[in-house]
Each structure stands twice: as structure tokens, then as C-alpha cells.
Design a protein around this ligand. Structure first.
Ligand SMILES: [Zn+2]
Length: 210
């Protein structure tokens, strides 16, 4: 009798991706504990292999994420690649926009740090000079002028449009974009690097460095 082998047709994270998703969950808990992801706010993702991202789900507290709740989404089409009871975050299109535009972005962290939310309400780019904490955000030193892009906030139904429009607002070598009065999307080679960039911009906003 011939053996029938059944394999799961849906993707699962590689070992390295599992490690990075665990790190991403730790980063989400840090953001939650600091009050940067109140309620169910904030979203987190990782660029995987085969043109996929692993996206945090919609509607969950960032204190309660687990690795099996992350949803695999095709970067090109923007659709989840397997049926799931979980939906990806409503702000997933912004993550996709970043991954499509920035080849080196491996992880994206989105949070609502209150200092940054307050300082970005008027939808003007944040222009900083003379602050040591510019350096994690792309400045060679504190003497350089650092411009951080701020774009208007979008309603959830218009997020796919934002994914396209944000590309024109990105600034070379600046690893983040700010939605006015809403929050920041920061990216990096690892979850901890992306988190360090959220920390740096929030520190600049709180210390009135501009
Ligand atoms: Zn948000």
C-alpha cells in the first residue's frame, strides 16, 4: 500500500524568524508597559522569507501577543496567505508600504509615544540640531540638521492609500516616519534596533530638543 504524505501548504516561520518574532513580542511588551500602546494600539511586523511579512494581529493588547497570533501576509498583494481566525492589524498597509520602499527594513515597530504624538499634531516635519540622540536616527553627529518626516494621519479605511503615498515622504537614511498626532513607524535590522529608534525620537520630543 502506498503511503500518502500530507504536508501543510501554509507557511510557517523559519527558526531565525521564530527567534525574531519572540524578540518582537518582547519589544511590544516594552512599548505596552511604557504606555506607548494603550488599549490595543500599536502594531509590529517582521520581514520573512518568500516575500512574506509576519504581522501582529488586530484587536489584541500588546501585553498578550503570542507567536502563533502573527499573520503571514504577502508583501506584493497585501493579502494574508492562509485562512485565520485572526486578522492582521488595520494599519498593516503602512508596514507593507515601508517594506516595499525600504529594502533594508527587516522589522517595523509602530507605537503611540505621548511626547511624539503631542509634538507632531501640527503636521510639520520635526527639524532637530544639537542633540546627541539624533545619531540613532541617521545623523553623523549632533551638528548635522536632522529632518524627521511627519505626514497627515489617515482614517483606517484610507490606510492602503497611505501605503502608497508615504513613499514620497521618506527621507534617505532616516529610519522612521511619523503620522501627525498619531504615532511613529520605525524600522531596523532587528526588533531591538527598531525599538531603539522609537526610544530616540520620543526622547527628543520629551526633552524639547527642537
Ligand atoms: Zn497607530
Amino acid at each position: 500500500m502506498s503511503k500518502i504524505s500530507i504536508s501543510n501548504p501554509f507557511p510557517s516561520p523559519s527558526l531565525l524568524e521564530k527567534v525574531l518574532i519572540t524578540e518582537l513580542i518582547d519589544v511590544a511588551r516594552v512599548c505596552y508597559s511604557r504606555g506607548w500602546c494603550a488599549g490595543t494600539a500599536g502594531n509590529f511586523s517582521l520581514r520573512g522569507s518568500r516575500g512574506l511579512i509576519w504581522q501582529s494581529p488586530s484587536g489584541l493588547s500588546k501585553s498578550q501577543l503570542s507567536s502563533d497570533a502573527f499573520v503571514a501576509v504577502d508583501i506584493e498583494s497585501g493579502h494574508p496567505v492562509e485562512p485565520s481566525v485572526r486578522l492582521p492589524s488595520l494599519e498593516m498597509p503602512v508596514h507593507l508600504g515601508v517594506y516595499r520602499a525600504v529594502a533594508e527594513a527587516r522589522c517595523v515597530v509602530h507605537a503611540h509615544p505621548p511626547g511624539l504624538v503631542a509634538r507632531s499634531r501640527d503636521c510639520l516635519d520635526l527639524v532637530i540640531r544639537g542633540a546627541e540622540m539624533q545619531k540613532p536616527l541617521g545623523s553623523i553627529n549632533h551638528l548635522q540638521e536632522l529632518r524627521l518626516p511627519v505626514i497627515k494621519n489617515y482614517t483606517p479605511d484610507a490606510m492602503p492609500q497611505l501605503a502608497t503615498e508615504l513613499v514620497g515622504s521618506l527621507i534617505k537614511d532616516v529610519p522612521l516616519i511619523i503620522l501627525a498626532g498619531h504615532g511613529v513607524y520605525a524600522w531596523g535590522d532587528s526588533p531591538l534596533e527598531a525599538l531603539s529608534r522609537v526610544e530616540a525620537v520620543e526622547f527628543l520630543c520629551q526633552s524639547a530638543a527642537f
